[in-house]
Design a protein. Sequence first.
Length: 266
Amino acid sequence: MKIAIVGCGNMGMAFAKSFLQYDLVKKENLFLIEKSAERADVLREERAGVVVDVVSGHIAECDIVILSVKPQDFASVQAGLREFLEPQQVVLSIMAGIPIATIQEKLDHRLVIRAMPNTPAMIGMGITGFSAAKELSFAQLLKVDNLINATGRSVFLEDETMLDAVTALSGSGPAYFYYLVKAMVEAGKQMGFEESMATLLVKQTMLGSFHLINNADKSLDDLIKAVASKGGTTEAALSQFEAGNLSKTLQAGILAAEQRAKELSK
């Protein structure tokens, strides 16, 4: 298999390194297209693949072309892609907000998959939602699904519009998690801990709680009740959260992210 990645920022390279780690593609068959000379030099030093600075004829040799440029930079690469893409090639876009139909139109190409990964893909722990144009075969979908799963897990969505919800929930989700962790660390500092100690306590609490969610045969409500004794310290904290409408505020924020994703998709 030969793969080209157009745009080699954090997410593009998360995909590249995962493909190499699982031996899904050889370095000599992985083309990294990066217009930034400084970034291209770094990639050459890392020997992560065949590094080139412009879209050219080598694109036509690839089975899959991954678009991981920023949405605002798509216009700068679409002409070159349109010139060299072959009809049988699959284009996988991880550009935020650009619909499949727009990509098909701009590239004059039918076989397009649109995906929304998140940053834990950089350590092989991501979750990616993806949708596909109707012209793709099951075999082509399966091939791309296997590639995406190298970065974590994947969810196929028949309704492309649900990718806006994926963007809001899991695409942006890591930032919500970091926001809560930061707030807990700040509370620890206010109670007298050094930042390093507060961070350790919070990080390990989050890690252990995640594993309990995955392994305990209990609902989230049951898990909360198991910690929150009547009249105890946890109940005091939860009461304060409820008084401040924390749950509704978080939900409203996520819905605002979805709305913004919808606006960007238009």
